[in-house]
Write a protein that binds this ligand. Structure first.
Ligand code: XIL
Length: 328
């Protein structure tokens, strides 16, 4: 089956995060992914807790299944993610020394990236390294890795990844860059400081993942976001939009009005990025409102269903899909 997306010759590949098991259970979901996507990423299939639930025991079944689906349908699969503060099994959280942290991180990256070498090209090596409200300099998010290895845990992760697969695109992925508040400004600054530090130590890094979990009630800081991406581009980095969705718990209830605001926010976001550099690819964090993480974290007080994604719960494209297709 040739993906509609390929027939459309999208200049920028579009894709979505795929929830484990749903492709097998829901034929409409599988068909929507085939119809629209050139890229997929597992919403959880490569997180540490899934892939290495017990020390030294690796389980690639879910990610192998998605890769087989992607390959069969002419799509690429991204890898998400190798090192993160969350998504870890209990045994990782009990790591007790720098030496143990180093040994386990290296083994995990070598085994997981090694398994997909030559088959998964683009990897979120470090996910969400910056704290939510950084104030001065590079303020790293607390994690088992930071605790034992300090901020240079990212150096170790990226150097290890580059050694395992020199062809891979190594990405650091984070969120809130589009926020206009002090929060957004501080996050951008802390992130740039981190990248400058990595580059000054000759740590391999190819791209930045802009997650794009947009808070719908806040207008996009277009100048701030454009300047941020321009700075990344001047440092020789590519950008990817990795997890786009518009969180709509604080938006008006009426569907048409809400979908309009959601589409406008996403357009502002993508345009602000492209004003500095065209992203390598654009992925939404899910494809249909039927299967999305948003209601678990950001449910609406009025009880109406969330509508953060390009297709509604009946797989009908919404204004957000038009924005993405126009952009890509
Ligand atoms: C989320 C998943 O969507 C949820 O199903 C899971 O319970 C928690 O993780 N940023 C990321 C993603 O990098 O890995 C997160 O995914 C969403 C925020």
């Amino acid at each position: 089956a040739t993906a509609l997306a390929q027939q459309r010759h999208l200049a920028i590949p579009y894709g979505a995060a795929i929830r484990d098991g749903v492709i097998a259970e829901d034929p409409l979901y599988a068909q929507a992914v085939i119809d629209y996507c050139q890229v997929v990423v597992g919403e959880g299939n490569l997180k540490w807790g899934t892939v290495q639930p017990e020390r030294g025991t690796f389980d690639f079944q879910l990610a192998d299944d998605l890769l087989a689906f992607a390959t069969k349908n002419g799509m690429e699969m991204r890898g998400h993610c190798l090192v993160w503060y969350a998504g870890n099994p209990d045994w990782v959280e009990t790591i007790a020394s720098a030496e143990e942290a180093r040994t386990e991180m290296v083994r995990h990256i070598e085994t997981v990236m090694g398994h997909y070498k030559g088959r998964v090209r683009s990897w979120d090596v470090v996910n969400e390294p910056i704290a939510d409200a950084p104030t001065t300099g590079a303020v790293y998010r607390d994690s088992v890795w930071l605790k034992h290895l300090g901020p240079e845990y990212a150096d170790l992760a990226l150097r290890t990844a580059a050694a395992v697969d020199p062809e891979a695109q190594l990405v650091i992925n984070d969120y809130d860059f589009e926020q206009s508040s002090d929060k957004g400004r501080a996050k951008r600054k802390a992130f740039l400081d981190m990248v400058r530090g990595l580059q000054s130590r000759d740590v391999p890094l190819h791209a930045v993942g802009l997650q794009g979990h947009i808070q719908g009630q806040i207008p996009i800081d277009k100048p701030g976001l454009t300047a941020f991406v321009a700075e990344l581009a001047s440092m020789g980095l590519s950008v990817l939009v990795t997890e786009l969705d518009v969180i709509d718990n604080l938006l008006p209830g009426a569907e048409l009005e809400r979908d309009g605001i959601i589409a406008q926010r996403a357009k502002d976001y993508l345009d602000a990025i492209a004003a500095a550099k065209r992203p390598d690819m654009v992925l939404t964090w899910g494809i249909t409102d039927k299967h999305t993480w948003v209601p678990i974290w950001f449910s609406r007080d009025d009880g109406l269903p969330n509508r953060p994604l390009p297709l509604d719960a009946d797989y009908k494209p919404k204004a957000l899909m038009d924005v993405i297709q126009d952009f890509c």
